[in-house]
Ligand binder design. Structure first.
Ligand code: GTP
Ligand code: MG
Length: 267
């Protein structure tokens, strides 16, 4: 049985930075993980790249040879990956043991998770190879101090959740940039009634019914819950990792115990 995190989320939400911090953390605690680059447009890496989709296909080549723009080119690259799951991916995976822990650093175009089936097929393939997979959805904390952006972030995450049908952990990234933690706390694990009243305050009265339907939808998927991640704090990384490990049943036999992450606890 292998374990895998699929690290997704909007462009610039901090996916690659999270992967590199996670790598460093695991290095410190002497735990083996491998980070895989699935972004054909990525250029610099702060972590050792265990597998690299750019060895299969390069975005620059696709744009040049097919005359595609960056986003169409990316979709083409990912569809090429989808066509090569039995070849390229399997060959790469064969270099690793069956019980390896892999972290996939994915591209930031969210249409890849909501509109095209590439990641769904990717995940199905990993499951067939006996991996326990979980989505790690990163959302920039800057989006959370405003209820309308919060709802839009939730909807984007929800559409990935519906499309991928995987255990799903929502992470609020870049907590170091949040100056007023009180504003944000209201959004970490919010009451639906609170969200609805905030949303109603912001929108014209004719949207009241729509607001209610949106909040009901989001809360009935019970996904209005986010774990804050502050990369400056080792404890925060440790807590996030423990939640994810729990989701994919990693280390269930081992005696892994992690203390609750206290947000105000500056180290
Ligand atoms: N202050 C702060 N900045 C961060 C953090 N994480 C990422 N950033 C910055 O946010 C920007 C985007 O980070 P990336 O890790 O490249 O984001 P990404 O999600 O991989 O981006 P794409 O792959 O392009 O979708 C970079 O300038 C990072 O330095 C964080 O925890 N704190
Ligand atoms: Mg990235």
């Amino acid at each position: 049985m292998g374990y895998a995190q699929l690290v997704i989320g909007p462009a610039g939400s901090g996916k690659s930075t999270y992967c590199s911090s996670l790598y460093k953390h695991c290095e410190t605690v002497r735990r083996a993980i491998h980070i895989v680059n699935l972004d054909p447009a990525a250029e610099n890496f702060d972590y050792p790249v265990a597998m690299d989709v750019r060895e299969l296909i390069s975005l620059d080549d696709v744009m040049e040879e097919l005359g595609l723009g960056p986003n169409g080119g990316l979709v083409y690259c990912m569809e090429h990956l989808e066509d090569n799951l039995n070849d390229w991916l399997d060959e790469e995976l064969d270099n690793y043991l069956d019980d390896e822990y892999l972290v996939f650093d994915c591209p930031g175009q969210i249409e890849l998770y909501s509109h095209v089936p590439v990641f769904r097929n990717f995940v199905e393939h990993l499951k067939r190879r006996n991996f326990n997979v979980c989505v790690v959805y990163l959302l920039d904390s800057q989006f959370m101090v405003d209820v309308t952006k919060f709802i839009s972030g939730c909807m984007a995450s929800l559409s990935a959740m519906v499309q991928l049908e995987l255990p799903h952990v929502n992470i609020l990234s870049k907590m170091d940039l949040v100056t007023n933690k009180k504003d944000l706390e209201e959004f970490l694990d919010p009451e639906p009634t609170f969200l609805l009243s905030e949303l109603n305050k912001r929108m014209a009265p004719q949207y009241a019914k729509l607001n209610k339907a949106l909040i009901e939808l989001v809360s009935s998927y019970s996904m209005v819950s986010f774990i804050p991640l502050d990369l400056r704090k080792e404890k925060s990384i440790q807590y996030v990792l423990a939640q994810i490990d729990n989701c994919i049943q990693y280390g269930e036999d081992a005696d892994v115990k992690v203390k609750d992450f206290d947000q105000d606890d500056d180290e």
